[in-house]
Design a protein around this ligand. Structure first.
Ligand SMILES: CC(C)(COP(=O)(O)OP(=O)(O)OC[C@H]1O[C@@H](n2cnc3c(N)ncnc32)[C@H](O)[C@@H]1OP(=O)(O)O)[C@@H](O)C(=O)NCCC(=O)NCCS
Length: 153
């Protein structure tokens, strides 16, 4: 990939592509109903699109100046090559343009790659929710993280 990541707002016409990318990306993909719900609730659904192909996705819920990252994934064939960092940088710009000053997210304790990525992007850990997610071995904890976005006005 040569072009830098740009975060485009996606419409429901991208539903199948979102579901396909997510299903192949990791062990815990969103269901179609979750994407449909996000479109219905006017969440910000963002995509990195190259030649009509979806490379990465992100879904934010925005309330006033706070953005919660609900889902984030890079297509399986592009993982572990630095695209996660590029994509996160692009979605942070999109959030900044929405005048958000804080981003929140939660991730599985076992998701080492995501944790490294978020820490690299400057996120700090705010707390741990024990037994939060169902997992292959019962339940696992959620790590709650946040990032303050500097205003460039
Ligand atoms: C998590 C995810 C978005 C990361 O994107 P990526 O493109 O694979 O990540 P990058 O290549 O940019 O690497 C991110 C960090 O993980 C590290 N990393 C990459 N592959 C790794 C691997 N196989 N094992 C351990 N660390 C790894 C990188 O070195 C980098 O850390 P660094 O900045 O300290 O060097 C991607 O793997 C994904 O879509 N996973 C499935 C869905 C998911 O888990 N989403 C997050 C929900 S919270």
């Amino acid at each position: 990939m040569t072009a830098p990541a740009v975060a485009l707002p996606l419409t429901p016409k991208w539903l199948d592509a979102l579901i396909e990318l997510d299903a192949a990306a990791g062990d815990w993909p969103w269901l179609r109903t979750q994407y449909e719900g996000s479109f219905e609730h006017h969440d910000l659904v963002l995509g990195w699109v190259e030649h009509e192909q979806l490379i990465a996705l992100a879904v934010f819920q925005i309330v006033l100046d706070e953005a919660s990252l609900l889902n984030f994934a890079v297509a399986a064939e592009y993982q572990s090559q630095g695209y996660g960092k590029q994509w996160f940088t692009a979605i942070l710009k999109a959030i900044e343009n929405k005048r958000c000053s804080k981003v929140f997210l939660e991730l599985r304790e076992s998701n080492i790659r995501a944790k490294k990525l978020y820490e690299r992007m400057g996120f700090q850990t705010d707390g741990i929710r024990k037994n939060y997610y169902p997992s292959h071995n019962g339940r696992e904890a959620a790590i709650c993280m946040s990032l303050a976005i500097e205003s460039h006005d």
